[in-house]
Design a protein around this ligand. Structure first.
Ligand SMILES: C=C(O[C@H]1C=CC=C(C(=O)O)[C@@H]1O)C(=O)O
Length: 325
């Protein structure tokens, strides 16, 4: 059964069965929930048919775990060093490198229960969702990263990059730098659409799931006719791709050992009156006997590879807390 369940921050939980329809980012119909892959070459929107009470494991589509390409942490470290070593030659200042962490799934693991654990935990701070279809299997996540959200009066975007585990840890120069790449990129893309009243709010430290991030919020007003163009030009930001954007995207596609699929793609609602579009982070593919967690981090020439591996482990706790409970 094709399923969609979601909860926007401070919103109600919705669960429904229906159909996932393949589309393109240019032709997405309004007033539908949609999801795309990282490169936006695979886009699906949902046509709801029936409200459902409970998500039943047996009604979901699980791909086989053989389809997931996982590398051992040691191979990840070697891959990451190789990734950084190529930056100079490719003229890259920052790029995101990701990995997949597999967590065993037991027969008794109840997907509906995990979804509710996520909606309870991240009620105020994330778009929590579950999507399932025979075309792409089952994906779940709790993403804190708003790409574009608002209405005709007030539109928001957010630069979210730079991660630490403990509140009292100092922000390093590397984290501040990687955050600034995102701020500069988002500001340029918004400004190029000639918005009204663009405000860049002071950068703050925010807790999102199991970790702390640097966050800079943008507020402005922009005509609905420009929403789709702005959404497409903002994604992928250097929070999930890199700087310069095109070179970083090419480099990621050539060097990451797995296909990101929905991880770092777009997800959310595009309506006539409002939109609420997120970047799909802190997500996992639920396969036949495992949870495949997609985890990444912003890499610069000053990255320490062991700390970057640890950062992906820290980020994994956002989902692990819900899986293990
Ligand atoms: C790419 C991810 O996080 C991004 C968002 C916030 C902080 C990030 C960082 O500090 O590296 C990443 O840019 C991920 O969670 O997989």
């Amino acid at each position: 059964m094709a399923v969609l369940a979601y909860q926007f921050p401070d919103g109600d939980i919705k669960k429904m069965s229906g159909r996932w329809v393949k589309s393109s980012i240019e032709d997405l119909p309004l007033d539908h929930f949609f999801i795309s892959n990282f490169t936006k070459s695979e886009v699906f929107y949902f046509v709801a048919e029936q409200v459902i009470e409970k998500i039943v494991n047996q009604s979901l589509y699980f791909n086989s775990s053989d389809s997931i390409f996982v590398v051992h942490p040691k191979a990840y470290l070697n891959g990451l060093q190789y990734f950084i070593d190529g930056f100079e030659h490719e003229g890259i200042q920052k790029a995101i490198f990701s990995r997949i962490k597999l967590v065993e799934k037991h027969k008794e693991d109840n997907i509906d229960g995990i979804f509710h654990s996520l909606t309870d935990r991240y009620k105020h701070e994330a778009l929590v969702y579950l999507v399932s279809d025979e075309k792409f299997g089952t994906w779940m996540g709790a993403t804190p990263e708003i790409l574009l959200s608002g209405n005709q009066e007030l539109m928001k975007s957010v630069a979210l990059a730079g991660t630490k585990r403990e509140k009292e840890d100092e922000w390093t120069k590397k984290e501040e730098e990687e955050h600034q790449y995102v701020v500069d990129f988002v500001k340029t893309k918004i400004a190029s659409q000639a918005p009204l009243r663009l405000q860049v709010l002071p950068t703050e430290t925010v807790k999102k799931g199991a970790v702390y991030h640097l966050e800079t919020r943008f507020e402005f007003s922009i005509a609905p006719i420009k929403w789709n163009t702005l959404m497409r030009s903002l994604h992928p930001t250097p929070a999930v791709c890199g700087t310069p954007q095109e070179a970083a995207q090419k480099y990621i596609l050539e060097n990451e050992p797995h296909d990101r699929m929905f991880y770092t793609g777009l997800i959310g609602w595009r309506g006539k009156e409002s939109l609420s579009v997120y970047v799909n982070l802190r997500c996992m593919q639920v396969v036949s006997d495992a949870f495949a967690l997609y985890l990444g981090g912003g890499i610069t020439q000053s990255s320490d590879i062991v700390s970057e591996l640890q950062e992906t482990e820290d980020k994994s706790e956002t989902l692990l807390k819900a899986i293990v409970n």
